[in-house]
Structures are given as C-alpha cells and as structure tokens.
Design a protein around this ligand. Sequence first.
Ligand SMILES: Cc1ncc(COP(=O)(O)O)c(C=O)c1O
Length: 393
Amino acid sequence: MPKKTDTRLVTGGRRKEWTSGIVNPPVYRASTCLFDSYADLRKRCEDPTAKHLFYARKGTPTQWALDEAITELEGGAGTMLYPSGIAAVTGAMLALVKTGDHILITDSAYEPTRAFADGLLKAMGVETTYYDPMIGAGIESLFRDNTSLVVCETPGSLTFEVQDLPAIIAAAKTRDIYVMVDNTWATPLLLKPLELGADVSVHACTKYIGGHSDVMLGSATANDRTFKKLQKTAFQLGQTAAPDDAFLGLRGLRTLSVRLKQHEKNALVVARWLESRPEVARVLHPAFPSCPGHEIWKRDFAGSSGLFSIILKGGDYPDTAALVDERKYFKMGFSWGGFESLILPSDPRFCRTAVKWDAEGPVIRIHIGLEDTDDLIADLSEGLDRYRERIAR
Ligand SMILES: Cc1ncc(COP(=O)(O)O)c(C=O)c1O
C-alpha cells in the first residue's frame, strides 16, 4: 500500500545514513567536504549532483532530507532548495527561459514575481504578457511561437482567484510550453500541481512549511523533463539554502498537517463571521462561492489554508487604519503561514495590468493563526466597529 500523506510528512527524508541513529538529521554547518583519498575525490567528482558530500554549496544531509521530503509530497523527479521563496520562483523561471522568449504570468501573481519579469527578464530580452487569472483554456489565444513558460499562482495570494490549472496545462502541452505553479497557499498537502501535469511546483517555505515566522526558505520541485534544468541553473547561480534554515523547514514540515487543519478550521470560522458583518462587501476565500474560481477549488483542492482577503464596503485605504491599528492579536506584516494572525491592507490596483481591479472598497488580507477564534473575532469586531464609525463621519 502506498504511504499516506501524514506518514510521508513524518518519515520523509529520514534516511539512516543522514540521521545516523537519531530522529532528525544534524545541522551540518559546512563549507569544505573532505575526501579520503585521490581515488575517493575522483569517484565523487563523477557526479557532483549526486547526494554525496562534495562541496557544501551542493548540499549536505540537512538539505537533502528536506528536499527529499518535499519531493515525496509533491511527486516529481527532485526538489531544489533556495534561500527564499522568491529565489525559488526566479530561479525556476530563469532555468526555463532564454533571450528572445515570451512568457505568460497570471495578473494575480505575487508582486516580486512580476518585478523579476519586468526587470531582469526584460533586460535579458524575455517578453512578458500578463493574463487574466480566470482565463482557463483561453490562454491558448495568448501563445506565440516563442512562448516558453506559463506562470500560475493559485489562488492568487492577494486576491485569491483560483486558476483552472488542468485547462491551462492542457493548452500548454499542445505547444510544449512549461507550466510553473506557485503552490505556496495550498502547501504540498492541498494541491499537487505536478500530478495535474505542471512541470514545476514552487513553495515559499517561509510560510506554512516553516510555519513559525522564523525562517526564509524556498523550494522548487520539478518533473523529469525539467528538474535537471533547475538544478543546473541553481548550481550556476550558487543558490543554496543554509543548513539551519533547512533544519527549521524540516522541523516545520513534520507538523504541517496538524497545523494546517487548525488554520483551515479557524479561518473558516472567522471568514464566515466576517461575511455576516455589514462593513464587509465580499470575502475572497476559495471555499466561499463569492471567490472567483470557487468551483475549481472544490474540484482540484483537498482543502483550504488560513489566508484570505475581504473587500470592505466603502471607505478608502487611509480609513483602514481604523481597522488595523492597535489590534490585540492581529499584527501587521507582509508574510503569512506562521502560527500567528496577521492583517494587512493591500491595494491590488497597483499590481494589475491585464484586468483592471475594480472593487467595492479596500482589500484587507488576513492570515488566521492558531489563536482561539473567539479572541480573534472580538479583536476584528472592535476594528470593524471603528472602521464603520470612521467612514460614517
Ligand atoms: C505566494 C508567494 N510566493 C512567494 C513568496 C516569496 O517568498 P519569500 O518571502 O520567502 O521570498 C511569497 C511571500 O510572501 C508569497 O506570498
């Protein structure tokens, strides 16, 4: 019988030769790896990509244990680790494009992903077209002879449109175009892009995999036809994840399933309550019919995580200070996926070019942590009361 996911989370990467009699692989703080003899050096030089000690930039058991565990969860040929989530996104993209190519990026993509395409890739002579996240099979109409890559992020981590990955992948396959998915919101537990036919699945492990807001880390898992390209580019760029960070990623991964279930449960409670509030025009949470792509989420995902947005009714961004300032439990910060709740006003108007963002009011992104939902609701209730009073003035 194939291993179940929760078992994979516990056992992944724990090879005896990497853990040598203890539960977790030690943190190998290393640069130089020593060879026993010239013959040993020659032997290990035969394949520097193999998982044997060669030079620590190419990994040690600490990193291999994490990359193997993620590969087991995502499926595919292998995983490269990076020093941040955006390094994983850009490292994978760079591996799959060359000067003269054209690429397609969802309009809902994380802003620094766009910045990379509009900056470095443009300077390299790679042209980008942003597409409507809900385009589905219609993406075919944007393909050109030189289109080499489609970048998806599902759901979008600010506005939560759920993309029709199977339709996009089917269209891309007819032209041999690579498809890369930023799978950070779903984690390897709720969506498996490689099983749906994508070539690369990327995680900002900084978020749920790390899970404790104390590490910057990224991963990119790829299928057979793509993994070597990722590996070659990462090696050429000298991309590597620090051993302490890999250790924290691995420690977070072990409890991902239990944490995520609680994030999901808490987020649904708070989102349902928010939906009933008069200050809220819409809840952008994939599990809610008010979220674009809700039906696709039901079809393709195994659940939801703790990150979603609300659109406020009326008011403008300066008014949101009344809601977000001085919260007891909801702190303000750009990240998410840790054990704590966060709240963030975020304006999609400034990072949209394919589809104009036109909503009823300001967008507030909310990450629901592991606190008691009664406390979280009381905290938000006070903020929403203040917001209502402020916009009534
Ligand atoms: C969807 C998504 N992808 C990638 C990243 C980048 O991750 P990192 O902050 O680790 O570079 C983020 C960070 O917020 C994100 O939200």
